[in-house]
Design a protein around this ligand. Structure first.
Ligand SMILES: [Fe+2]
Ligand SMILES: [Fe+2]
Length: 307
C-alpha cells in the first residue's frame, strides 16, 4: 500500500482519513512511517555480525566444549558425584537367580550379551581389545542402555495418569538413569564419531530393543527391572575389564588423555582428570543402576522408591 507523500511523510488529513477507513491495520503502519527515512533504514537494515563474533570452525573445539558445559549446567537432572573411595570400592557382583522371573531375565541378558559380543567383536581377555573395538563396544552398549529407564519412566508416568494415583518416586529415578546413560554415550562420542553403517545398526537395534522392552515392561515390570539389574552387572564387568586394559592393555594412553569438559562438568571431576577417571565414574554409575534395578525388582509397583 502506498500512502506516502512525495517527502516520504503522511499529511495529517491523509492520516485521519486512512485511520478512519481501516483503523486496526493502519495505526501501527502510520506509527512506523512517522519516523525519519534514516531511522526507517536503520530499523530495517540487516547488519551481519562482525566476523570475530562468529564461531570459527577451524578452532571450534574449545567453543564446542564450552557449549557442552553450558548444556550440562542448564539441562541436566541430578549429577552423580563420587568420592575416591566410592570409585575404588566398586566390585563385580552376581546376584543369584531366585525363581522363574529371574531365570527369564538372566537368560535374556546372556542372549543379549552374546549378540553384543559378536557384533562388537568383544573379547573378555585382558590385552586383546584395541581402542577401536573398545569404543565400538562402549558406544553401541550405551545407545541400548539408555532405553530401559526412559521406557520404564514413561510407563510409570502413564500409569500414574491412568490410575489417578501417585507414582511414589519411581519416575524420577528411572528418567535419571536414562539421562545418565545418554551422558555416557555423549562422553564417549568425544573419542569417536561412528560410521554410517554403525549408526544404521544403532537405529535397527533401538527399533527392536525399544519395542521389545516396552511390551515386556507392560507384561512384567519386575522381570524388566531384574533384567536391567543383570545387564548392569555385565556393564560393571565390562568397564572393570576396560580399567584393566587401561593398566596393561591397548588403551594405556587413556591414562594420559585429558577428560572432555562435558565429563568434568557432569561428574564434577578434578580439572586435570584423565579418561581413566571418566571410566571409573561410568563404572560407578553402572553399579548404581545395578543396585537400583535389583531393588526395584523386589518391590511391589505401589511401594515407595527407597532411592
Ligand atoms: Fe552406561
Ligand atoms: Fe547403566
Amino acid at each position: 500500500m502506498s500512502v506516502l507523500t512525495t517527502s516520504g511523510y503522511l499529511s495529517p488529513a491523509l492520516q485521519r482519513s486512512l485511520t478512519f477507513a481501516r483503523p486496526t491495520l493502519l495505526i501501527p503502519t502510520i506509527r512506523h512511517l512517522q519516523t525519519t527515512p534514516a531511522q526507517n533504514l536503520a530499523a530495517t537494515a540487516t547488519v551481519p555480525p562482525h566476523p570475530k563474533l562468529l564461531p570459527d570452525n577451524k578452532v571450534s573445539d574449545q567453543w564446542k566444549e564450552d557449549a557442552d558445559v553450558a548444556a550440562v549446567k542448564d539441562y541436566m537432572l541430578r549429577h552423580p558425584v563420587y568420592t575416591p573411595d566410592e570409585l575404588s570400592s566398586i566390585t563385580v557382583t552376581k546376584r543369584p537367580i531366585q525363581g522363574p522371573s529371574d531365570w527369564v531375565a538372566y537368560n535374556a541378558v546372556r542372549l543379549l550379551r552374546l549378540g553384543f559380543d559378536t557384533f562388537t567383536n568383544y573379547s573378555d581377555k585382558i590385552g586383546v581389545m584395541t581402542e577401536k573395538q573398545w569404543l565400538n563396544r562402549i558406544i553401541f552398549l550405551e545407545t541400548v542402555a539408555g532405553v530401559p529407564g526412559m521406557v520404564g519412566g514413561m510407563l510409570r508416568h502413564m500409569r500414574s495418569l491412568r490410575l489417578l494415583k501417585r507414582d511414589n518416586g519411581w519416575v524420577h529415578t528411572l528418567l535419571e538413569e536414562a539421562e545418565n546413560e545418554r551422558m555416557h554415550l555423549l562422553t564417549f562420542m568425544k573419542m569417536k564419531q561412528p560410521s554410517p553403517v554403525f549408526r544404521f545398526m544403532v537405529l535397527m537395534g533401538q527399533g527392536v530393543f525399544f519395542n521389545a522392552f516396552f511390551i515386556s515392561y507392560i507384561i512384567s515390570p519386575r522381570t524388566c527391572h531384574r533384567f536391567v539389574g543383570y545387564l548392569e552387572e555385565e556393564a560393571v564387568h565390562t568397564y572393570s575389564n576396560a580399567l584393566k586394559d587401561i593398566e596393561v592393555g591397548h588403551i594405556q594412553h587413556w591414562k594420559g588423555k585429558k577428560a572432555p569438559s562435558i565429563a568434568v562438568e557432569y561428574w564434577k571431576l578434578k580439572e586435570d582428570a584423565m579418561w581413566d577417571d571418566v571410566v571409573r565414574a561410568v563404572r560407578a554409575d553402572e553399579a548404581e543402576h545395578r543396585d537400583v534395578n535389583h531393588t526395584l525388582a523386589g518391590l511391589k509397583p505401589d511401594e515407595p522408591n527407597p532411592f
